[in-house]
Ligand binder design. Structure first.
Ligand SMILES: [Zn+2]
Length: 289
């Protein structure tokens, strides 16, 4: 068998296994044009998996490494924007699920970036996804175990150059799901940016009597309290579909208001997600009686 053909078969098998068990969808790997969102924040993800580059005079911060195979795409996006991937000094994630962190080992290797992860997600990251309360036994949800260089705690600041990011613990979706906030300046105005870690209850999540995550429901409650308390002008998240990324991208026009400035969209998204969580919790509570 030729090497190319063998590679093709392996790719097919991996794609099938990933699709069947880990629900990988084509938009996760569809390329998307990189672009500047606002200020020093750039979109360098795929169509479905968001990744953000935050540039500073002292080097850059990358939020989310996505799938292992996303890394060359992220690198190309960074370079297309005129930055150097090797200037990535800090790597952050939205949460310890394979679709946001599988590429972290490769990013560290290629750039030497310091990997900073919220405390409650650190054991899973360093075990390559083992121990996750929902997917820990699922081999297709695993990734390369990756050493964390700095353990973050709720409210910690990540500083580089003139940029300050704040790590907000917004747990439930994973135990250490992190919502990132920062401020950007554009045309003399300052805006509050929120990058939601994930407010979603995945299919199969047990909100009641969850032996591996007993406090899951109260963690979701805490997460929604935090999200509702954050001032938000620029609404972003771990997947583009949280905030209508593609539609907003297509509405970006010189001289027009920046579509990513969307405080109402943020509030209604968080409210809708909270209602969905509460409906699911009520259903599971009734079923457990
Ligand atoms: Zn997730």
């Amino acid at each position: 068998m030729s090497k190319i053909f063998r590679l093709f078969i392996i790719t097919l098998v991996l794609a099938f296994a990933g699709g069947a068990l880990a629900q990988e969808t084509p938009d996760w790997t569809n390329p998307f044009p990189p672009y500047r969102i606002i200020g020093n924040i750039y979109y360098v993800g795929s169509q479905g998996l968001a990744a953000y580059l935050i540039t500073t005079p002292q080097g850059n911060i990358l939020i989310n490494s996505n799938l292992e195979k996303s890394v060359p795409m992220i690198r190309d996006s960074v370079e297309k924007l005129g930055f150097h991937f090797s200037d990535t000094k800090i790597l952050l994630i939205s949460h310890a699920h394979w679709d946001h962190c599988s590429g972290s080992a490769a990013v560290k290797e290629l750039t030497g970036a310091k990997y900073m992860v919220m405390d409650a997600d650190v054991p899973e990251i360093e075990a390559g996804g083992k121990g996750n309360f929902q997917y820990g036994d699922n081999p297709t949800s695993r990734y390369q175990p990756t050493k964390v260089d700095r353990v973050l705690h709720d409210g910690d600041e990540v500083r580089l150059g003139d940029t300050v990011l704040i790590a907000h613990l917004t747990p439930g979706h994973t135990k250490g799901t992190t919502t990132w906030t920062t401020k950007v300046t554009e045309a003399g105005k300052t805006y509050n940016v929120v990058i939601i870690g994930s407010p979603n209850v995945n299919p199969g999540y047990k909100l009641v009597n969850n032996a591996l995550y007993p406090q899951i429901a109260s963690d979701y409650e805490r997460m929604f309290r935090v999200l509702k308390s954050l001032p938000c002008d620029v609404f972003l998240g771990a997947h583009g579909n949280y905030y209508g990324m593609e539609a907003k991208y297509s509405r970006m026009k010189p001289g027009e208001p920046n579509p990513f400035i969307d405080p109402d969209g943020y509030r209604s998204y968080v409210a809708e997600r909270e209602q969905t969580f509460r409906a699911e919790l009520a259903k599971q509570t009734a079923a457990a009686r």
